[in-house]
Design a protein around this ligand. Structure first.
Ligand code: 26Y
Length: 810
């Protein structure tokens, strides 16, 4: 977009006046930020309108990405970049004595997600818009995002993440597009003159109100939509009778109970009400989303029997899997379609992405609960299951065992993954290894029954946020070296490879990293009063806290190094700073203990002056998208150390690689593909591979106490966890100890320890060879282009959605 600086200044000043009746001199930073956002939103509004108009008039196929999580982070800067007006706005604001970065910092992260799955959804939105693909998000407008993490005395404390505290400048409430979602009541088939119809009565109607957020494509006129649904009462906000009798709380009780549906992401589900609330959330946004899709579709005047030619719904993990039954309900009950045609339309519309093989994440809903909350949907699920099982019976005859393993309803539960698989035409894993494990292990029965359904789509990351926005020094250097075509075609980063041995370029790459580290160290000093040596190796593990991700393995290596240093303070090692960032699920005790462990180790080591500052451990509080954008460009070492077979893909691994960090990796998830693309010499791998891990699970043969008894390093470290060495109560880390020793170390931490220590020593050796290290970094950056989510989205578009880009004309 071409923007005249003087016009922008005028627009900005006018916005301050219309919004707040203020001139620049009297406006607070918050008001300036809101006014700037308002102007930027205005600039994109016409494109947004034209995008919608052209998509509709062109009868173009629309993609809807259904997800419980969208971890979008901040939008101001990325919108300015994608619109191509950041530099001009920066200049103009400077001339008015306003620092753009200050304003960008005011924005709150939209943290409507928990980890990789939610961030992937956000990267995909950016890529769809930037490729001109008509693709939109559908989710929940949580009033509170995932909690804000505070660390108090080393423990994680959760406080509400009030991200909507300031006005959300990006969203537009579309009250006129609200729909009703029905819960509870009872449902039955009635017959009238030989004609069957479905009755659903005595239900509770909830109003779903959409809030639309524009998603701007990079250097494109396409502005797609992220539609987030908010739950409200249908005209029952206040009970006047209660109010007038002075019972003020009771008067609004119902309103708050309804609004709880869109109140928080992942409400505690350890009690029954929490479980019901989660299921309510899922049905709520799925039903609202599908209703609004069908409403829009019907304006096109094309038969609903061809819905799948014009609409694709991607189900992000099992959370929106109820979409299969809901679409059937709409087509049959509301549109009068017969079952077989509706089933054909539904299965060809839906596609499901699986993000995990961990049993705990494969959702099941108790039949009793489901039936009570969604009586009509339950009838449909039952019928889908009945028909599916009869197909299974005719193929596998008396093989009851197999049929039991595959049915949707089993043992009083509805298996949502099975519903999603049966109801979709495509089921994809998120990295080659993950997809192979799905095909050959977890979903092998389904792969046998539907030989072509399961396919791979390796994840990706948007290089616009994760390189252009977050690492301006590096992206500037890249453009200076190979020109700017890599921005539109990230695969062209490959052209950097020819400079990998060029010592002048190596030095420039080293300098970029050094500067990033210095800036970050200053930021940490200013905001957290922690001193960091910017010349130390920055070794970073940032991701959700989970046992399979093995933050503990990292801690054990740190303790081992520390123990060696205590014995020999003159040991010749390069100083290293270990960064951790992670939120633990509030109910996940082991994960919370791990945070306390990391902080206890940090406090022990950081306060020990005898080791001459050679080791430092920093826990980055409240890790999220914005902190990731700060730390990733500084990393020298990327910790991707999950138990092989457990990490479906990982996407942090790709972000680090793209920013020139060297990966310490198990052969897990997309690490395998990173290795393929950079070659064995440019990554440091270690540990059991997936096959070995799976064989141990199947056949046994691993005994963690053997390692505990035979490896004095392991013995010493685990003893230090529990003997008061870390200045905490002796039983503080009992559960961790218990898991590793008495529960036989489910994630092979002790088994991989020796190999991991060797890998870390290798890192140390490689880092000492300055030129060799820089060469590795360059090779990593140069080969990261295939991990751009643009590449991933092209594959979804070609192989699952059958959709093409639609350039919007102004
Ligand atoms: C419903 C509840 C039990 C649940 C909540 C959140 C289950 C799963 C999740 C989130 C899962 C997640 O973030 N998975 C990650 O998805 C990424 C994107 O595909 C992968 O890169 C990563 O390996 C996987 O752990």
């Amino acid at each position: 977009m071409l923007l005249d600086k003087e016009i922008f200044k005028k627009d900005f000043k006018r916005k301050l006046i219309t919004m707040f009746s203020e001139e620049i001199g009297e406006a607070s930073s918050l008001h300036k930020y809101l006014a700037l956002g308002g102007v930027v939103k205005e600039y994109m509004s016409e494109k947004w309108m034209k995008t919608n108009k052209q998509y509709t008039e062109g009868n173009n196929k629309q993609i809807y990405y259904f997800s419980l999580e969208f971890l979008i982070g901040k939008l101001l800067e990325s919108n300015l970049i994608n619109m191509g007006i950041r530099d001009i706005c920066d200049e103009a604001l400077k001339e008015m004595n306003i620092d753009l970065i200050d304003l960008e910092n005011i924005e709150k992260d939209a943290g409507l997600g928990n980890g990789g799955l939610g961030r992937l959804a956000a990267c995909f939105l950016d890529s769809m818009a930037s490729l001109g693909i008509p693709g939109h998000g559908c989710g929940i407008r949580y009033k509170f995002g995932l909690f804000e993490q505070q660390i108090v005395d080393g423990y994680q404390i959760e406080v509400p993440d009030n991200w909507l505290k300031h006005q959300n400048i990006w969203e537009t409430r579309k009250e006129d597009k609200a729909v009703i979602v029905k819960f509870g009541g009872n449902s039955y088939i009635s017959e009238d003159n030989g004609k069957l119809s479905v009755v659903h009565q005595d239900y509770e109607p909830i109003l779903a109100v959409p809030y639309d957020i524009p998603i701007v494509g990079y250097n494109k006129n396409n502005v797609n939509t992220l539609r987030l649904w908010s739950a409200e009462t249908v005209d029952k906000d206040l009970n006047l009778e209660y109010f007038n009798s002075g019972e003020y709380l009771k008067a609004v009780e119902y309103k708050y109970s309804v609004e709880s549906i869109s109140q928080v992401l992942y409400p505690d589900n350890s009690n029954k009400n929490g479980k019901i609330l989660r299921l309510k959330q899922q049905y709520f946004f799925v039903s609202a989303g599908l209703q609004s899709i069908i409403k829009r579709y019907k304006k096109m005047n094309v038969s609903l029997e061809r819905l799948h030619e014009y609409i694709a719904v991607q189900i992000n993990d099992t959370h929106p899997a109820v979409a299969v039954a809901e679409l059937m309900r709409i087509l049959i009950d509301e549109e009068g379609m017969n079952w077989d045609i509706a089933w054909n339309v539904t299965t060809n519309t839906m596609a499901y992405t699986n993000h995990t093989i961990l049993a705990e994440a494969l959702e099941k809903w108790p039949v009793d609960m489901f039936k009570k909350l969604l009586p009509r949907i339950y009838m449909i699920v039952e019928e889908i299951d009945r028909r599916f099982c009869s197909e299974l019976m005719s193929k596998y005859h008396g093989d009851w065992n197999r049929i039991n393993q595959m049915s949707i309803i089993h043992d009083g539960n509805i298996r949502m993954a099975h519903l999603a698989i049966v109801g979709s035409h495509s089921v994809n894993g998120v990295a080659k290894l993950h997809t192979e494990i799905l095909k050959n292990q977890e979903l092998s029965n389904f792969n046998n029954f539907y030989p072509k359904k399961i396919n791979n789509k390796t994840n990706g990351i948007t290089h616009r946020r994760w390189l252009i926005k977050s690492n301006k020094n590096l992206s500037g250097l890249i453009t200076e070296t190979i020109g700017e075509s890599w921005i539109e075609e990230p695969i062209k980063l490959k052209e950097l490879e020819k400079y990998s041995k060029d010592t002048v370029f190596q030095e420039k790459i080293a300098q970029v990293k050094e500067n990033n580290k210095i800036n970050f160290s200053n930021y940490i000093k200013q905001n957290y009063n922690i001193d960091i040596d910017p010349h130390s190796i920055f070794d970073v593990q940032v991701k959700r806290l989970h046992a399979y991700k093995r933050q503990i393995l990292n801690v054990m290596n740190i303790m081992d190094t520390y123990n060696r240093l205590r014995e020999n303070p003159n040991m010749d090692i390069t100083p290293r700073t270990f960064f951790f960032g992670a939120k633990a699920f509030p109910g996940y005790h082991f994960a919370k203990q791990t945070i306390k462990l990391i902080n206890s180790v940090a406090s022990k080591i950081n306060n020990d002056s005898t080791i001459n500052g050679k080791l430092k451990v920093v826990f980055l509080e409240n890790y999220g998208v914005s902190i990731a954008e700060k730390i990733i460009p500084c990393a020298n070492v990327s910790e991707q150390i999950s138990t092989a077979s457990k990490e479906a893909s990982g996407t942090g691994n790709m972000k680090f690689m793209m920013n020139g960090a060297i990966t310490v990796a198990t052969l897990d998830g997309a690490n395998v593909e990173i290795l393929e693309s950079v070659g064995e010499d440019n990554i440091v791998k270690f540990g059991l591979n997936a096959e070995e891990v799976i064989n141990y699970y199947k056949q046994g043969g691993y005994i963690s106490t053997e390692i505990f008894n035979n490896d004095p390093r392991v013995n010493r470290i685990l003893t230090q966890f529990t003997d008061g060495f870390l200045n905490v109560a002796k039983d503080e880390f009992n559960d961790i100890y218990h898991d590793l020793i008495y529960n036989n170390d489910e994630y092979f931490v002790l088994k991989d320890f020796d190999s991991y220590v060797n890998a870390q020593n290798k890192i140390e050796q490689l880092y000492r060879n300055h030129s060799r290290w820089q060469e590795m970094c360059i090779v990593n950056i140069a080969n990261s282009g295939i991990f751009s989510s643009d590449n991933t989205i092209r594959q979804y578009a070609d192989n699952i959605w059958n959709v093409h880009g639609v350039p919007v004309k102004l």
